[in-house]
Design a protein around this ligand. Structure first.
Ligand code: ADP
Ligand code: MG
Length: 254
């Protein structure tokens, strides 16, 4: 039976000068699943994500999203196809309010670009505004709606960026270390949020360092070390894999 893969990464290689950052990467991501990519610092995780979202071109290989080859498409074209991403450093508009950030993301998807039309016309977009307000409620950011994004805690900035992705209704959401630098309380709130997204059936690829987050969310895990996938499987498989413990977990029990 043919599997329903949303994302198909085949034989991707990427080098920076003499450094082979990715070697023969193959990944198949099933619809509705949460697929985690873990690995030590410098393993190539962000490079892999950047090749999927069109920030970097792979040297060889292909990335198919829903059967469409993403190689050679711009980051913007890839976003328009239904792929959204949360970067390691939140990309939000610090001078705008929380609500305005979400509205801009919604307009960007609708109008095909980040749009800086006068805010007056933006506020006439009643439907978009209503959806943005609902999103804030859903994300537990409602009390911050009129605050400049610059004033938010690191965890709230991350959640705002996730909300900016969700308002675009992507089919595939890619998250690069969404809980990096967060306090445990914020991490747990973000896990709750990501679990709620999962219940809605969105497909996710999550790059994550924190094993608590990975084992709370992932259906399937690929382990990257020195640019190559050294193991993959269910969280149970990965917990018990001695190769993974040696390469990534320093031989300690997880
Ligand atoms: P990770 O996200 O797993 O920590 P990265 O993908 O950021 O790892 O980096 C993988 C390797 O590629 C590292 O050795 C890093 O120094 C190198 N690298 C990443 N981006 C670039 C770049 N733009 N130019 C040169 N080297 C890079
Ligand atoms: Mg990284």
């Amino acid at each position: 039976m043919a599997q329903n893969f949303v994302l198909n990464v085949s034989d991707v290689n990427k080098s920076f000068g003499g450094l082979q950052a990715l070697t023969n990467i193959n990944l198949q991501i099933e619809e509705g699943k949460t697929h985690a990519v873990i690995g030590p610092n410098g393993a190539g995780k962000s490079t892999l994500l950047n090749t999927v979202i069109g920030r970097l071109a792979p040297d060889t290989g292909s990335v198919l999203f829903d059967g469409v080859n993403l190689t050679g498409k711009t980051a913007h074209q890839i976003n328009q196809l239904g792929v959204a991403r949360v970067f390691q450093t939140p990309e939000i508009f610090l001078d705008l309010t929380v609500l305005q950030n979400i509205e801009i993301a919604a307009l960007a998807k609708r109008d095909g670009a980040f749009s800086f039309k006068p805010f007056r016309s933006m506020f006439s977009e009643t439907k978009i505004q209503q959806e943005a307000v609902d999103m804030l409620d859903d994300m537990g950011l409602h009390h911050l709606r009129d605050h400049p994004a610059a004033n938010l805690s690191r965890g709230d900035k991350r959640r705002l960026e996730i909300a900016m992705c969700l308002i675009q209704h992507p089919r595939l959401l890619l998250l690069d270390e969404p809980t990096a630098g967060m306090a445990r309380h914020d991490t747990n709130r973000t896990i709750d949020l990501l679990q709620r997204i999962k219940a809605r059936g969105m497909t996710k690829v999550i790059i994550e360092h924190d094993m608590h987050v990975v084992f709370s969310l992932a259906d399937w895990i690929s382990v990257l070390a020195q640019g190559a996938i050294i193991a993959e499987g269910t969280p149970e498989d990965i917990k018990g894999n001695p190769k993974v413990q040696e390469a990534y977990l320093g031989g300690t029990e997880v």
